[in-house]
Design a protein around this ligand. Sequence first.
Ligand code: BGC
Length: 261
Amino acid sequence: MTSTSLKGKVMDVTGGATGIGAAIAKSAALAGANVIVDYVVNPQQAAQFAHNLNEWDRRNGSVEAFDADVSKVADVQALVAEAVRRYGRLDVFVNNAGIETRHSLLETTESDYDKVMSINLKGAFFGAQAAARQFIAQGTPGVIINISSVHEDWPMPGNAVYCLSKGGMRMLTRNVAVELGKKGIRVVGVAPGAVNTPINTDTVADPDKVAKLNEAIPLGAIATPEQIGDVVAFLASDAASYLTATTVVVDGGLMQASLGL
Ligand code: BGC
């Protein structure tokens, strides 16, 4: 079997200081990658996270934190440039940063809309563009991984703009994969279901909601961030070299089970 190692690979992970992004950084670093995560709000937390991870296992890859706001195109470009400045190259770009407001269509304000779309979709679009330009300039293959959601397909009443942004990300994955395949660039979507992360703090703090979700999930439990991070590390590796233009759903069976309701 082709190796799942990421030794020598350089990876950017947006929104990588917390939640699923932090787990992706951890799995990738354990697989040998040098990872750069961006942070916006909490530089201390990001630095501490990178420090902890590097202390934890020095034989593997590394994690560094970089100040970038993915809703700004120049910042996304700077994140790619930082990988090149530090390590001379970029191999994998993970569009992970995402927020949700949990508002329905009727409740959504213009500022809700702009905030969610600029981080979840505009950030991902220009992240893919900056990464692809770098891969092409290097003359090497590259991988772009878009962390979407089961809600790229599955409506979530009361979370309208979030679902819209993830539906857009689904098409971003497919369109860009078709545009860039011949250049040796793979583009893969990952659609987690319910995961124990800061985006779900309210749900996870409510035992009734947790029990209902666990009941609805065929594998019986909300995912840990690591269960998503490990899949992303695999998808970034050469062992997934024929996988592109599609979304890998990592939801414990939740979406399929919902079809049977
Ligand atoms: C959303 C969560 C939700 C989960 C499952 C995720 O994309 O961010 O709020 O619990 O999907 O529905």
